[in-house]
Design a protein around this ligand. Sequence first.
Ligand SMILES: [Zn+2]
Ligand SMILES: [Zn+2]
Length: 260
Amino acid sequence: MKNVFKFLMLLGVCASINLACSSDDSLDTTDNDDTSEETGITELSSAFEQFSDAVIVTLSDDGTEIYIETTGYPNHTSIYWDPSNSLYIDEPTVTKTTQDTYIGGGTGEAASFTVDATPNLTGATVATELNTIGIAVSGASIFNDQEGGGDLDQAAGSLDFNGAHKGPGVYHYHLEPRTISNDDEELVGILLDGVFIYGRKCNSTGTYPTDLDASGGHTSITQYEDEALYHYHIINEEYNAPLYGYDEAIVLFAGPFQGY
Ligand SMILES: [Zn+2]
Ligand SMILES: [Zn+2]
């Protein structure tokens, strides 16, 4: 008992020393040549201008982090809107997840995230999780290629024209969202590791990139950046989703993250 108490005391002392040290460091940045320190950016990428009014993007004061808030509501049509909403369309081939679930009728649809202004591209990867992994330019969530821990096959019949559906929570895309990007080079969104994701083609060549890593990423210029930066593409590979009501199914992002 006594030892545990001593340990906690020691921990407390260490924590205060750390605090003191880090505030000293921050006063002393002029003689600090440590290039591994994260340096801030001064301006948000013009890619953020492509995001809908549902999304608010703010750069932190020190330029190292970007705060992203969204209502979670897409700015396009879907069977998942309430029939009284002007964006509601009937999609006869879609079997809704539940009949009384509609966009704006759930809880937890609004969300906010902080991403690194400069993705941490060390070569280490992080697996995606069964939740929001990114925000699309439409304002809605991006999910990976899994549904409830299994593959998408069983849920494929509930995916709408944009490869999205809604459970009790947020409306989210699993497949290439065709209203945003349909076999082209359009910006699709930003993932939670701070890396943008584009359609199946790259603006740098106008065609399907051939140098993608396992996550669909590569480094080249895009329509929104003058310098070559790392970004993802939707991997140009058809996904066999037997129950899907539309012609073609392309997984949006299966991971892993490269930028954490
Ligand atoms: Zn889902
Ligand atoms: Zn590219």
